[in-house]
Design a protein around this ligand. Structure first.
Ligand SMILES: [Zn+2]
Length: 136
């Protein structure tokens, strides 16, 4: 019993980065060694940058796939979303939205898409930025 209790007290005083004890004279609300906190911040900024690059690559890839799909479906009859995925299309790619008539288009860069369920099938429609117009 006593040991568990002690452990909990000690655990509260561990650096949340390196998991080593904080100095006894560190003030109570400190959660990490100053150096650990500094390194964490650096690491975090690096990760943010890497996430940014990953997102950029994903956007570039989706742009390329979207361009191909766009050429395939000039009539805008829709392409099964499963086919788009087979072509390497990623639906978890970051997008921004543009309004097009009553639709919301998820844009990558110059290309974007709308998903619609037609007769029980989920279809993807690819749009190029120059064909979008907003009526608001
Ligand atoms: Zn530490």
């Amino acid at each position: 019993m006593e040991e568990v209790h002690n452990y909990q007290i000690i655990a509260k005083r561990l650096c949340n980065r390196c998991k080593k004890p904080l100095d006894d004279n560190d003030h109570g609300n400190r959660k990490a060694h100053p150096d650990c906190a500094k390194n964490y911040k650096k690491q975090h900024q690096k990760e943010k940058y890497q996430i940014g690059n990953t997102a950029k690559l994903m956007i570039q890839k989706n742009e390329a796939v979207a361009a191909r799909l766009y050429e395939m479906d000039k009539q805008k009859t829709g392409i099964p979303f499963t086919y788009a995925m087979e072509q390497g299309f990623r639906f978890d790619c970051p997008t921004f939205t543009r309004k097009h008539l009553n639709k919301t288009v998820n844009m990558f860069d110059h290309y974007g898409y709308v998903l619609e369920t037609i007769k029980g099938e989920i279809l993807i429609f690819i749009y190029y930025e120059s064909e979008l117009f907003s009526i608001d």
